[in-house]
Design a protein around this ligand. Structure first.
Ligand code: FRU
Length: 522
C-alpha cells in the first residue's frame, strides 16, 4: 500500500487521536488568539534556527499557500496547533516583508469536526472571478485538500480572505472538486494569462500522476490532462508545482518547470523533490526527455518545495520543508518541530542538449543579515589532515569558498566542529559533492539519520565553488553554479562552533574563503 499521510504508521495513530478529539472546530468564520508575546520571543532554544522560519511551538510540515500580496510575503504551512507530531492538520500562518524576517500569525485555517486542512495554494483573484470578494475588494482564495476525517477521502476546497490574508472563511459550497479518491491532493493553482483562466496541478499520489484542471472561477474545474508516471516513482507523488521561467543563455526563450515531490524515493532516502523541464500549452505539460530523475536538492531535508504566486519582478521563489518523513517526528527539537529551507530564487540555464537546467540561489535578501566577515582567506595550502580555521565561527553563518583539490582523494570544509562533533562538506575526486553528517551531533534519534549524502558534481576549471548557509541545526550547500543543492539537518552541541578544512590522501588549496556571521532574523 502506498505511504499516504493517513496510512503512514505514525500519522495514522495521530489521525485516530484527532478523530477522537473531533468536535472542536468552527465551520465558517473564526478568529484565534494570537500566539503570546513570550512564545514569539523564544527563539533561543538549542537548535532553533536563527535565519530560517520555524513556528514558536508545535509541529509544522509543508509550506502552503505561498503568495506575495500588497508588499507582504505570506507563508502558510501544514500545522498541528496542539502537538509536536503530525495531526490536526491546519494552515498555520506567518508573514514577512522580505522573506527573511518572519512574524508568526494566528492559525489561518484550522481543522474542524469534518476535515483536516491538507496542503494547497493561494491566489489573488484580482477580477473576483470567484465572486467571493467584491470588484472593489477582490479576495485572496486558498485552494486546499480537505481530508475527510471520517473516511480519508481527499477533496479540494476553498477558503477566502477579504482582509489581506488576516482571516479566512470556508466557502459554503465546498468541496469544489471531488473525484472519490483518497489519494488526490496538494492543488497548486495559478492564473494562466494566454488562456485567461485558472490552472490547477494536483497529485494523484498513488498513481504517480499529476493532473491538470482548469477553471474560469476557482469553483468549477475541468480535467484536461495527466502527466506521469515518469522519472522517480519510488514513493507517492505529492505537492506539485508548475511555472514558466526565462532561459538564461538562450535569449527570448522561456520554458516550463514541473516540480513533483515524492515520498519515499528521494535521493538521500525518504522524502525528496524532482523537477521536469518542458512545455505547457494551457492544458498539457510535455517533458523534455531525460533518463534519470533531476533532483531539486540532493540532501535529506528539502521536501514539499513549492513556489510563490505573484512574487514581484517575475521572481520565482521556492520554499521547502527542511525535514524528512523518515524521521521528521523524532528530530530532537522542542517545543517546535521543523523549519523551512531558506527561500531560493529559481532560474533556468540553457544546457548543451538544447534543454535547460534549474539553477537555485538563496534569495538576495540573505545579504541583509551578513555581519562583517569573521575570516577572509586568499590563497592557502592545506596539507593532508584537518586544520582549524576558526575556533569560534558561531552557530549561524554564511560561507563562500573556492577550493582546489590538489591531489586529495577527498577534501573540503568542516563546520560546527567541537566536542567530537563535525559535519563535513566535501568533494570526492570520483566526481561527487557530499555532506557527511555521521558525526554531526545528536544522530541517535533515528537509525536513518546518520549518513553521507551525495550529488554527482563535475568541477569547473578544477575548482569547487561552495556557498553555504549554516544555522543552529542545518547546513545548506549550493554549488555547480546553482545546479546542485544539498540540504541537511544537523544537531550539534552549542559549543560546536569550530570551522576548519580537511584533505585526505593529498592536499587542497583554498583559493578564496569568506565567512560572514549572520545576524539572527528574530
Ligand atoms: C506532504 C503531505 C501532503 C499532504 C500533507 C498533509 O508532506 O503528505 O501530501 O497534503 O503532507 O499534512
Amino acid at each position: 500500500m502506498p505511504d499516504t499521510p493517513h496510512r503512514h504508521p505514525a500519522r495514522r495513530t495521530v489521525l485516530a487521536g484527532a478523530l477522537a478529539l473531533a468536535g472542536t472546530g468552527a465551520l465558517s468564520a473564526w478568529s484565534t488568539a494570537p500566539a503570546t508575546a513570550a512564545a514569539l520571543r523564544a527563539y533561543d532554544e538549542q537548535y532553533r534556527p536563527q535565519v530560517h522560519f520555524s513556528p514558536a511551538k508545535n509541529w509544522m510540515n509543508d509550506p502552503n499557500g505561498l503568495i506575495h500580496h500588497n508588499g507582504t510575503y505570506h507563508l502558510f504551512f501544514q500545522y498541528n496547533p496542539s502537538g509536536a507530531t503530525w495531526g490536526n492538520m491546519s494552515w498555520g500562518h506567518a508573514t514577512s516583508p522580505d522573506l527573511v524576517h518572519w512574524e508568526e500569525q494566528p492559525v489561518a485555517i484550522p481543522h474542524d469536526d469534518e476535515e483536516m486542512v491538507f496542503s494547497g495554494s493561494a491566489v489573488f483573484d484580482r477580477d473576483n472571478t470567484s465572486g467571493l470578494g467584491a470588484a472593489a475588494n477582490p479576495p485572496l482564495v486558498a485552494i486546499y485538500t480537505s481530508m475527510v476525517k471520517a473516511t480519508g477521502r481527499q477533496r479540494q476546497s476553498l477558503a477566502y480572505s477579504i482582509d489581506d490574508g488576516a482571516t479566512w472563511t470556508r466557502y459554503a459550497g465546498n468541496p469544489v472538486l471531488d473525484i472519490g479518491s483518497d489519494n488526490f491532493r496538494d492543488p497548486k493553482v495559478f492564473w494562466h494569462e494566454p488562456t485567461a483562466r485558472w490552472v490547477m496541478v494536483i497529485a494523484l499520489s498513488a498513481e504517480h500522476r499529476i493532473s491538470v484542471y482548469t477553471s474560469p472561477d476557482l469553483k468549477s474545474w475541468t480535467h484536461r490532462s495527466d502527466f506521469g508516471p515518469s522519472a522517480a516513482t519510488g514513493g507517492v507523488w505529492e505537492c506539485p508545482d508548475l511555472f514558466e521561467l526565462p532561459v538564461a543563455g538562450a535569449p527570448g526563450r522561456r520554458m516550463w518547470v514541473l516540480i513533483v515531490n515524492l515520498n519515499p524515493g528521494g535521493p538521500a532516502g525518504g522524502s525528496g523533490g524532482q523537477y521536469f523541464t518542458g512545455d505547457f500549452d494551457g492544458t498539457r505539460f510535455t517533458a523534455d526527455p531525460h533518463d534519470a530523475p533531476r533532483w531539486l536538492d540532493h540532501g535529506a531535508d528539502a521536501y514539499a518545495g513549492v513556489t510563490y504566486n505573484d512574487a514581484p519582478d517575475g521572481r520565482r521563489i521556492l520554499v521547502t520543508w527542511m525535514n524528512n518523513w523518515l524521521y521528521g517526528e523524532k528530530v530532537p527539537t522542542s517545543p517546535w518541530r521543523s523549519a523551512n529551507g531558506f527561500p531560493r530564487e529559481l532560474g533556468l540555464r540553457a544546457t548543451p542538449d538544447g534543454g535547460a537546467a534549474l539553477v537555485q540561489q538563496p534569495v538576495a535578501e540573505l545579504a541583509t543579515l551578513r555581519r562583517t566577515p569573521a575570516l577572509r582567506i586568499a590563497g592557502r595550502r592545506v596539507r593532508a589532515g584537518a586544520t582549524r580555521l576558526l575556533r569560534d565561527a558561531g552557530q549561524t553563518y554564511e560561507i563562500e569558498a573556492v577550493l582546489r583539490p590538489d591531489g586529495a582523494r577527498r577534501c573540503g570544509l568542516e563546520v560546527r566542529t567541537g566536542g567530537g562533533h563535525r559535519t563535513r562538506i566535501g568533494y570526492d575526486s570520483g566526481g561527487e559533492l557530499y555532506v557527511d553528517r555521521t558525526a554531526s551531533g545528536d544522530v541517535g534519534f533515528a537509525a536513518e539519520f546518520p549518513a553521507v549524502h551525495r550529488a554527482p558534481l563535475a568541477l569547473t576549471d578544477g575548482v569547487l565553488r561552495l556557498r553555504l548557509i549554516v544555522d543552529r541545526s542545518s547546513v545548506e550547500v549550493y554549488t555547480g553554479d546553482g545546479t546542485v543543492c544539498l540540504t541537511d539537518q544537523i544537531f550539534p552541541g552549542p559549543d560546536a562552533t569550530g570551522l576548519g578544512t580537511f584533505a585526505e590522501e593529498g592536499g587542497m588549496h583554498v583559493e578564496r574563503l569568506t565567512v560572514w556571521p549572520l545576524r539572527s532574523a528574530w
